[in-house]
Design a protein around this ligand. Structure first.
Ligand SMILES: NC(=O)c1ccc[n+]([C@@H]2O[C@H](COP(=O)([O-])OP(=O)(O)OC[C@H]3O[C@@H](n4cnc5c(N)ncnc54)[C@H](OP(=O)(O)O)[C@@H]3O)[C@@H](O)[C@H]2O)c1
Length: 197
């Protein structure tokens, strides 16, 4: 079982604390490589987790806490440099992954050989002042690509790995603002899809 988040917001480890897996590195052409375990598809007791949009904010902290719990963490970020920097800080493996890029998603699915946990965390645009009647639809479209279609496409691409894991988990980070019960005639719903507050 992967770690879970306790009431205090701190990840609780519920296994015997395996050591973190191999660290990532950039090859000479700057391409970010995933850890040896993830690429080999080695199936052992270590849980392999991927967190998107994890170079800062909540994603970075999730990576840090999962790594502390012994997960082999793949830290996704759209900038390879930011991924490198954050991964070094969190004890994770950097993975260049813009969730709106089909090429990035296909490459990630091809490079990762084993995956137990996918955390769809990346998101943009907290424009709660917008109104459906006047919203700039180019902003709505960009938000929908990042917050909805990107994670959806990524999840589809990684489902075979998660199914093969036998203990696969998908965590879609969301917020109360995406709750239908609180949604009036205000902020356009694609901008506040599950996954973005
Ligand atoms: N903060 C809150 O109070 C709060 C409350 C409820 C829910 N949440 C949810 O928690 C999650 C994280 O929130 P946060 O506050 O940590 O957000 P944040 O600080 O704004 O970080 C967002 C992360 O997503 C990345 N990102 C944006 N577009 C991306 C793309 N196309 N591909 C890959 N990564 C991309 C950003 O990368 P760059 O650095 O490259 O921009 C950044 O690393 C979101 O899903 C949010 O809805 C947050």
């Amino acid at each position: 079982m992967p770690a879970h988040v306790g009431r205090d917001g701190v990840a609780a480890c519920d296994h015997d604390g395996d050591p973190p897996g191999g660290r990532g590195r950039a090859s000479s052409d700057g391409r970010v490589q995933t850890s040896q375990r993830a690429r080999d598809g080695r199936r052992d007791s270590v849980t392999v987790s991927l967190v998107t949009g994890a170079n800062r904010g909540i994603g970075l902290e999730v990576c840090r806490q999962l790594a502390q719990c012994g997960h082999d963490v793949l830290l996704g970020a759209r900038s390879p440099e930011a991924a490198e920097r954050a991964a070094a800080e969190a004890g994770a493996t950097p993975l260049r992954l813009d969730v709106t890029s089909s090429a990035d998603i296909e490459r990630a699915a091809a490079e990762i050989g084993h995956l137990d946990v996918l955390v769809n965390n990346a998101a943009i645009t907290y424009d709660t002042w917008q109104r459906a009647s006047t919203a700039d639809l180019s902003v709505v479209r960009e938000a929908a690509e990042t917050n909805l279609y990107g994670p959806w496409r990524l999840t589809q691409a990684l489902l075979p790995l998660l199914r093969r894991s036998g203990r696969g988990r998908i965590v879609n980070v969301s917020s109360g603002v995406a709750s239908l019960t609180g949604m009036g005639g205000g902020t356009p719903s694609p901008t506040t899809r599950p996954g973005r507050r």
